[in-house]
Design a protein around this ligand. Structure first.
Ligand SMILES: *[C@@H]1O[C@H](CO)[C@@H](O)[C@H](O)[C@H]1NC(C)=O
Ligand SMILES: *[C@@H]1O[C@H](CO)[C@@H](O)[C@H](O)[C@H]1NC(C)=O
Ligand SMILES: *[C@@H]1O[C@H](CO)[C@@H](O)[C@H](O)[C@H]1NC(C)=O
Ligand SMILES: *[C@@H]1O[C@H](CO)[C@@H](O)[C@H](O)[C@H]1NC(C)=O
Ligand SMILES: *[C@@H]1O[C@H](CO)[C@@H](O)[C@H](O)[C@H]1NC(C)=O
Ligand SMILES: *[C@@H]1O[C@H](CO)[C@@H](O)[C@H](O)[C@H]1NC(C)=O
Ligand SMILES: *[C@@H]1O[C@H](CO)[C@@H](O)[C@H](O)[C@H]1NC(C)=O
Length: 529
């Protein structure tokens, strides 16, 4: 039934009968999950409510507020998002999109308002659901620390090499150096969160540092970032915040992140001694892959912001029409590529943008007070991107390791459906021992029948209590159960099979529908020896 496999492998064998609409052909395929070939650790999946977007949740009346919180954070009924990205304010006020700064002018004391544009409230809600990873990122320094004297319209931090050290800017002649002030400001800001009970794990000091915009923006090269990093590190340790890591550099796209890292490593060759995470956005380019990671000196890479806003596309409930950036299937493919080509350890969505809502949005046409019986569909809308993120986020938990999954195809025209871009596979080994296989069917071929044969590892625990997966393998059909979750055009995040025991031969049957995302969660009983 199964091909010869090395004994330490967990195998999901999928003989696939694939019928193309025009020219029927049959494939026989096996998916082999190799638990021994381990890749990056997954830190989680999350979202950001900066720029006062937090209010869209906090302003929702009940019961809708709790419904939306469940959709976002609940690990049994929602996406179970595990990372919350906070925007640290730099503005003088809270008008429009401004995130107010606790110290908008040097003349006044640093004054924390305990609210931080609504993000403290969301962070507290996240904690109620068990979220442990909080990431605080500043888009800019307050204006008074910058060459242009304002927090928007780009400009540089006074004191960084090049533009920050030039005469004749708002930094004065000769220029005042505000690097340490900015570092102390950020450390103080993070400490306020920690004192409020929200354990910020990483702090960033840049956001898309190539941009000059009418919102908080601060320019920087990798070398200029190197001028700030050691100072920020000192400021954090001065406040006993050494467990808080420093992230860099929130590039707008993958190749920009590569350039920033090259500049950073020339200016600060041991950057990994200071940093905890390398962050990048994928608006201007995703990992070109296959397997083209950033040169991070071994640090984890986070895709810390992405959404369809570059394409000026708003929320759609359509899962698949033509692969536009706002469609759910496209989001699934994007997540897949970040994880498998980019070695990403986290994937954080930019969840809302006025005018271009991306994942969910309260329906502002409804007067909540007047129409207290409005149905869910009238109160808020869930975009199809949400469902793709939920598949990855709910089942691949923090601490999981991505593992190798191979596909072998026989029959049909030969060749691999993976190579044809049809089936995109990835697999993850969770800390609780469950194994998750994500299968994106990105073509129009309907798989009418699949058979999965499962080999479970022989699980042992070391004296440190950690599972040792490299000891061997045994066929464990009777002790495993499989859940199958599917999203496609016709259904959203539907549990199509659960509690299914594997047959004596260790197999189960199912089907893959067209243009779908299927998640298999294989839960096996574990025991010690
Ligand atoms: C998550 O959803 C479950 C099922 O509805 C519920 O029992 C649980 O209380 C929710 N979790 C939180 C933190 O509200
Ligand atoms: C800036 O001005 C100071 C004082 O006038 C001068 O000493 C210094 O050389 C100038 N620096 C640059 C980069 O022009
Ligand atoms: C990084 O390297 C510099 C220069 O060798 C050294 O002074 C510094 O202590 C190093 N920093 C860390 C955090 O290891
Ligand atoms: C992938 O990321 C991990 C850290 O999460 C790192 O240890 C590993 O070297 C990276 N792999 C590649 C190929 O870059
Ligand atoms: C909403 O309805 C309430 C009750 O009818 C009314 O008092 C309020 O003015 C309405 N608000 C808006 C923004 O229309
Ligand atoms: C809402 O529904 C309840 C129960 O059906 C009804 O008693 C109430 O009058 C409704 N309220 C409005 C504003 O329509
Ligand atoms: C994938 O989806 C396509 C497109 O709808 C469908 O035609 C195709 O049969 C599916 N292929 C597999 C291998 O599931």
């Amino acid at each position: 039934m199964h091909p010869s496999i090395s004994p330490a492998w967990l195998c999901l064998l999928h003989p696939l009968l694939v019928h193309a609409q025009t020219e029927p052909r049959t494939y026989r395929a096996s998916f082999t999950v190799n638990l021994v070939q381990r890749y990056q650790t997954i830190d989680g999946f999350g979202f950001c409510e900066a720029f006062q977007r937090a209010h869209s949740i906090s302003n929702l009346p009940q019961p809708f507020q709790n419904e939306v919180l469940d959709l976002l954070f609940n690990t049994t009924t929602g996406a179970g998002f595990s990372i919350y990205r906070v925007g640290l304010g730099s503005s003088e006020d809270s008008r429009g999109d401004h995130m107010n700064s606790p110290q908008p002018s040097p003349a006044i004391e640093f004054k924390w308002d305990g609210y931080d544009s609504g993000q403290v409230w969301v962070a507290k809600q996240a904690q109620r659901y068990g979220v442990e990873t909080f990431y605080a990122d500043a888009w800019s320094a307050p204006g008074w620390m910058k060459t242009n004297g304002r927090d928007d319209q780009g400009g540089w931090l006074c004191g960084v090499r090049g533009e920050g050290s030039a005469n004749g800017t708002k930094c004065g002649t000769p220029p005042v150096n505000y690097i340490d002030e900015y570092s102390q400001y950020l450390a103080r800001y993070v400490k306020e969160y920690i004192d409020a009970g929200i354990p910020i794990r990483h702090v960033g000091f840049l956001n898309e540092p190539n941009l000059v915009k009418n919102y908080a923006t601060m320019q920087s090269t990798g070398a200029q970032a190197a001028d700030i990093i050691p100072s920020l590190s000192r400021a954090l340790s001065k406040l006993n915040l050494t467990p808080v890591g420093i992230s860099c550099c929130e590039a707008q796209g993958w190749s920009m992140a590569r350039d920033l890292l090259t500049q950073l490593s020339s200016a600060l060759p041991n950057f990994s001694s200071y940093l905890s995470v390398i962050t990048t956005h994928t608006y201007k380019g995703a990992p070109p892959g296959p397997d083209v990671p950033l040169e991070t000196q071994g640090l984890p890479t986070w895709v810390s912001e992405i959404s369809p806003i570059m394409d000026r596309l708003g929320l759609t409930t359509t899962w698949y029409l033509n692969h536009a950036e706002n469609e759910g299937l496209r989001n699934a493919v994007n997540i897949h590529e970040a994880l498998t080509k980019g070695n990403a350890s986290a994937y954080i969505y930019w969840i809302e943008n006025a005018g271009f809502e991306t994942m969910w949005w309260p329906d502002d046409k409804v007067n909540f007070t007047a129409n207290s019986n409005a149905s869910v569909g009238e109160r808020y809308t869930i975009g199809s991107t949400y469902w793709a993120s939920a598949h990855y986020s709910r089942f691949i938990r923090p601490g999981a390791r991505r593992v190798e999954v191979r596909q072998e195809i026989t029959g049909g025209r030969g060749g691999s459906l993976v190579e044809e871009g049809t089936l995109l596979l990835s697999a993850y080994d969770n800390l609780d021992g469950s194994v998750v296989v994500q299968v994106i069917n990105n073509s129009d071929v309907v798989v009418s029948e699949i058979e999965v044969e499962l080999w479970d590892q022989l699980v042992r625990f070391g004296s440190d209590g950690k599972r040792d997966v490299s000891r061997g393998l045994e066929k464990r059909g009777q002790d495993c159960e499989v859940e199958t979750w599917v999203t496609g055009n016709e259904r959203r995040f539907v549990l199509v099979a659960s509690g299914e025991k594997l047959s004596r031969g260790g197999s189960f049957r199912g089907a893959l529908s067209a243009r779908s995302l299927t998640t298999y969660v294989v839960i096996c009983v574990q025991w010690t020896f």
